[in-house]
Write a protein that binds this ligand. Structure first.
Ligand code: FAD
Length: 378
């Protein structure tokens, strides 16, 4: 079976790896550089906390497990760090949700514990625990983060070397060609044509685009902003989540900072200055928790699109327009991607349908009078 995967972000590389492993002849067509889209600018926290309803929580947990399986498959996973997360709240109005989430996660069997402030100070001496206030701290030992670009590089390399997959960069797809209502081929802007029995559309924040005969899906994407410090002499290993602030190490001593309230000030991705207001806001917020950041400044600040299908939930399955056209688009794609790759390979290559994915099918966007309840864009 010939499978063309469009897009080489963390979702496309997962789909390509699993389809090649399942025996398909795979071609990946990437319009830019490998994982150079949203996957290159992601906080990339593997987690299922606050994810609801249960089906979406389960999909995220399955993604976390699939990351561990991949690590086992490769023997080592230089792209994956699993050092756990601390989470606390200082805003009184968010306490009820915080405690309810802890209760719900416990009930669903997710790894979370209350942890003593002294223990936190011992584990992460760089944190000023005074900034935490009196709120109890929850600890999520199974959470981690991924370097999505490395992940994609390793999976695509394995797909090529183990199973002969082809990966083409600077190959922007302009058209999915059909015959008799079925996928026939994929055409790229450079005039190449690739015959296909199935096309897996993994174009993330670009998946609303029409590609010749093939329609896209409706999106409600938002913008994400990340700041990066220069290398700084901290020993921080864990992720820190405080109110809407997220902090984690980003390799070579750099610290990555994210804050939802800064994301919300943007409607489109744009070039920002490391000396600008957004960078200052992010650094100040992080410095309250990690005081030694105060003097280091921001080295880089980046924005990109967060790919959200219109109702906020994963969209995975056969598109209703053309036989052989399959969509795989999601937010929380870093968490979910390795599981989504397995689902794609089972459904597209092996013909085994995943019943647990029923609520995530693309049809929901194309049914007349469909009522869609938007998910919280967390
Ligand atoms: C600031 C921020 C924080 C985030 N935090 C988290 C988090 O903590 N945990 C988590 O799980 N998720 C997180 N996410 C979401 C996650 O990063 C995304 O869900 C994931 O990266 C999407 O991967 P993708 O492969 O679908 O898309 P992308 O990485 O964008 O890949 C799509 C690719 O398709 C290519 N493409 C598009 N159109 C064409 C075409 N016509 N022809 C050929 N190629 C094409 C693009 O060039 C691109 O490389 C975050 C996102 C942001 C922005």
């Amino acid at each position: 079976m010939r499978v063309v995967v469009i897009g080489s972000g963390i979702v496309g590389s997962s789909a390509a790896y699993e389809c090649a492993k399942a025996g398909a002849s795979v071609v990946v067509l990437e319009g830019g550089r490998i994982a150079g889209g949203t996957s290159a600018v992601s906080f990339a926290w593997t987690n299922a906390t606050t994810k609801r309803p249960r089906t979406y929580f389960d999909l995220n947990v399955a993604g976390m497990r699939a990351h561990l399986e991949l690590k086992r498959d490769f023997g080592a996973a230089p792209w994956f760090t699993q050092t756990g997360s601390f989470d606390w709240r200082t805003a009184p109005e968010s306490m009820d949700d915080y405690f309810e989430n802890f209760r719900q996660m416990k009930e669903w069997g997710y790894g979370v514990e209350w942890i003593d402030k002294k223990l936190v100070a011992g584990m992460e001496p760089d944190i000023d625990v005074g900034a935490i206030g009196d709120c109890p701290i929850s600890y999520y030992p199974e959470e981690g983060w991924v370097d999505p670009v490395l992940y994609s590089a390793w999976l695509l390399r394995a797909a090529k070397e183990r199973w002969g997959a082809q990966v083409k960069v600077d190959a922007r797809v302009t058209e999915i060609e059909t015959e008799g209502g079925r996928v026939l081929a994929v055409r790229t802007a450079d005039g190449e044509r690739y015959g296909a029995d199935a096309v897996v559309n993994c174009t993330g924040g670009w998946s609303s685009q029409r590609l010749g005969d093939a329609q896209g899906i409706p999106l409600s994407s938002t913008i994400g902003v990340l700041a990066f410090t220069p290398p700084v002499a901290l020993t921080l290993r864990s992720q820190l989540h405080a109110d809407d602030l997220d902090i984690r190490p980003d390799g070579a001593g750099r610290i990555m900072i994210h804050k939802v309230s800064v994301d919300l000030t943007f409607k489109t991705p744009q070039a920002l200055s490391p000396a600008g207001d957004e960078a200052t806001t992010l650094l100040e917020a992080a410095s309250k928790v990690l005081p030694s950041l105060r003097s280091v400044g921001v080295e880089a600040i980046r924005t990109t699109v967060r790919p959200f299908p219109e109702d906020g939930y994963t969209c995975a399955g056969a598109m209703p327009d053309i036989a052989g056209h399959y969509m795989a688009v999601t937010h929380s794609g870093v968490t979910i991607a390795p599981q989504l790759g397995k689902v794609v390979a089972d459904e597209v290559v092996r013909g085994n349908i995943h019943d647990e994915m029923e609520t995530f099918r693309p049809e929901r966007f194309f049914q007349a009078n469909a009522r869609r309840t938007p998910a919280a864009h967390a």
